[in-house]
Write a new protein. Structure first.
Length: 332
């Protein structure tokens, strides 16, 4: 009886060893199959592509997210000598060497550190996604990138950091299954990044001290307007469009006529302040307005406006009458 038990235990142990050996063999066989998915053809290697970028990149202050800040000329890959072969379906895409991975909302824009800028690559007919998203794929076969056309883009992806710079050297790669790089993407020089805007000093409009309450003609009437202008000084070249928005610091009494209330320190009664354009028409409040007189070559400009006291109630009482409006500039 004892001998029989020993034989059974021996069989059980050997059976376990056989199972383990089969599992190990399967695992060992799987490794070379993965490694042979894609490979460079004989005597082929990564092709280095270098783009020359401006020493200074200028970004208008209110440039929208995703906008192109700079783009290169087309690069044509002539005899790049980087042929490769893949045994089956595979993924390819961009790998970043100057920051993290791209977001799921902008898969083809790779961040340049924490500068607020990113780079993307036009490759023949489209902008290639980060390989981490595995959205670009190809069937197995031999590939010869001869004749590939590329263009490098620098884009805004967030608030531009003060002192931001685009580095020189390797910024990324075109990767095949993360096994090797068919192209390396480089910049020939470093670029500084500046934010474009105009200087707009505060404006004090002197409405005069000879305004008489008896000059009003009833609710809805206004006194003679006073001309003033908002200056835009030292506007740099490169801004394509300037817009402005008038944001009242007091209550809007009559939006259609662009009339705002006096401030809390004012003592006059039944009066508001009306904002007009140079032709005497009400200027829309809290609405972005494109300044048509701007020239993208830059320089100094004035936005002509007018202000007038406006009767808002049946009874008008004398006193101080002040108000304020914020002038918000935006640049594209």
């Amino acid at each position: 009886m004892i001998k029989t038990r020993l034989i059974r235990r021996a069989n059980a142990v050997f059976g376990g060893l056989r199972v383990i050996a089969v599992i190990l063999l399967a695992a060992l066989c799987a490794v070379p199959a993965h490694a042979a998915l894609c490979w460079f053809d004989k005597d082929k290697s990564t092709k280095k592509v270098t783009f020359t970028i401006p020493a200074d990149l200028q970004v208008p202050r209110d440039t929208p997210i995703g906008a192109v800040i700079w783009e290169s000329s087309i690069y044509n890959a002539v005899n790049p000598n980087n042929n490769y072969t893949c045994s089956t379906f595979h993924h390819w895409g961009l790998g970043n060497r100057v920051g993290g991975s791209s977001s799921s909302d902008a898969k083809n824009i790779l961040p340049i550190g924490k500068t607020g800028l990113g780079w993307s690559l036009y490759y023949n007919y489209f902008e290639v996604d980060d390989i981490g998203h595995q959205t670009n794929s190809r069937p197995g076969g031999s590939y010869n990138p001869d004749g590939v056309r590329m263009r490098l883009y620098i884009k805004k992806i967030g608030p531009v950091e003060a002192g931001a710079r685009v580095p020189s050297g390797l910024i990324g790669v075109v990767s095949v299954e993360k096994l090797f790089d068919s192209f390396s993407i480089n910049t020939s020089n470093e670029a500084g990044v500046g934010t474009l805007s105009c200087k707009s000093p505060d404006v004090v409009v002197k409405m005069g001290d000879k305004n008489d309450t008896g000059q009003f003609k009833g609710v809805g009437s206004s006194l003679a307007p006073v001309n003033f202008s908002v200056a835009m000084k030292e506007c740099p070249e490169g801004i394509n469009k300037v817009s402005y928005l008038l944001k009242p610091n007091t209550e809007i009494v009559d939006a259609a006529r662009s009339v705002v209330a006096l401030d809390a320190a004012s003592t006059a009664k039944g009066v508001g302040l009306q904002i007009l354009d140079e032709s005497g028409n009400p200027v829309a409040l809290n609405k972005t307005i494109v300044f048509s007189g701007y020239d993208k070559v830059g320089g100094n400009f004035d936005i002509p406006l007018k202000a007038a006291y406006h009767q808002t109630a049946t009874v008008v009482g004398p006193g101080t009458a002040n108000s304020s409006v914020a002038f918000v500039m935006s640049y594209d």
